[in-house]
Design a protein around this ligand. Structure first.
Ligand code: ATP
Length: 303
């Protein structure tokens, strides 16, 4: 079932078209929304939350229209905004309890949910201190906690790893994965870094200049473009030439030949050719492309 359905969505600002006839379906699990700064990611999230009107087109979230049913959608959806929006002079506990109360939870339930959620995002004793003294990583966790405190079915996380050091990024990505797997909450997470999303996402949507560049399952994206690396004692150039003549794409690098493998028959061709040429094999290793390499290769072939 589609959690989000976007049809022909266009958003024009006076000087720029932020979204351009975007059509898109997002299912359950963790979906990454990737694009350079200005690609339209935040604008899409704001329209899906009913916080901004589209110029043209329609969108549904959890089966409800974003214009007619904004309030009902916001009750079942969490939102972690990109920019800092936290009051400095209250504690994380006070803030998250307040947000839970705003979502309609009674006082005792709000306190319990806030404590549970802050624990899940990894804020311990520091949750009683004023937010003004927090590190960026701690502030991101508070923003995440307020997005989860009312037990939503779907959360929008806008650039949750922004400003974090590598360790903080890893921790945040792990948390996002757990939101999807352990709690069964559907996640739409944005980033301008494609590489970090492949670790936690089931699906990736790529926006470019407000248009849909690609929407694929992460597994399909990397599986479709495997490489097998063949290392030989000698004769790598002979093998590369023979495989080229057999219609495979190869790259020669010293004693190594990297071969693009589009289907399983390519393995047979590599094995048979090594035997026919009577070459001494050191290693035959399969390597999946990283998602970033796939896109880089595609961009290069477009240029
Ligand atoms: N309220 C606004 N008024 C005018 N232009 C806007 C407004 N909001 C966004 N834009 C423009 O729309 C385009 C898309 O912006 P958006 O914030 O959606 O991109 P983004 O992919 O989220 O990038 P970033 O990560 O930098 O926020 C940009 O060119 C931006 O300048």
């Amino acid at each position: 079932m589609s959690m989000i359905e976007v049809r022909n969505l266009t958003k024009r600002f006076p000087r720029v078209t932020a979204l351009d006839q975007l059509t898109l379906d997002v299912g359950g699990g963790v979906t990454g929304l990737v694009g350079a700064n200005g690609a339209g990611k935040s604008t899409l999230i704001k329209i899906l939350l009913g916080l901004q009107p589209a110029t043209v087109g329609t969108a549904k979230v959890l089966g409800r229209d974003v214009v007619d049913d904004g309030e009902a959608i916001r009750a079942r959806v969490g939102y972690m905004p990109e920019h800092d929006c936290l009051p400095p002079d209250v504690s994380a506990t006070e803030f998250v309890v307040h947000m839970a109360r705003m979502s309609g939870l009674p006082p005792v339930a709000a306190r319990e949910r806030a404590a549970d959620t802050l624990r899940h995002v990894g804020l311990q004793e520091e949750r009683y201190r004023q937010i003004g003294g927090y590190s960026t990583g701690m502030r991101q966790r508070v923003k995440l906690a307020q997005a989860l405190v009312h037990d939503p079915e779907l959360v929008f996380l806008d650039e949750p790893t922004n400003g974090l050091d590598p360790r903080g990024r890893d921790d945040m990505l792990e948390l996002i994965r757990r939101i999807g797997t352990d709690f069964g909450i559907t996640v739409l997470v944005t980033s301008h870094l494609l590489g970090e999303l492949e670790r936690v996402c089931d699906h990736v949507v790529v926006l470019d200049g407000g248009k849909l560049l690609r929407s694929s399952a992460v597994g399909d994206l990397t599986r479709a473009t495997r490489t097998v690396v063949v290392e030989l004692v000698e004769g790598a150039d002979l093998l590369a030439r023979a495989l080229d003549s057999a219609g495979l794409r190869t790259q020669l690098d010293g004693h190594l030949v990297a071969v693009d493998v589009e289907d399983d028959s390519a393995y047979d061709t590599v094995r048979d050719t090594v035997v026919e040429l009577d070459l001494a094999l050191v290693r035959l290793q399969q390597r999946r492309h990283r998602i970033e390499e796939v896109f880089r290769a595609e961009e290069a072939s477009v240029v």
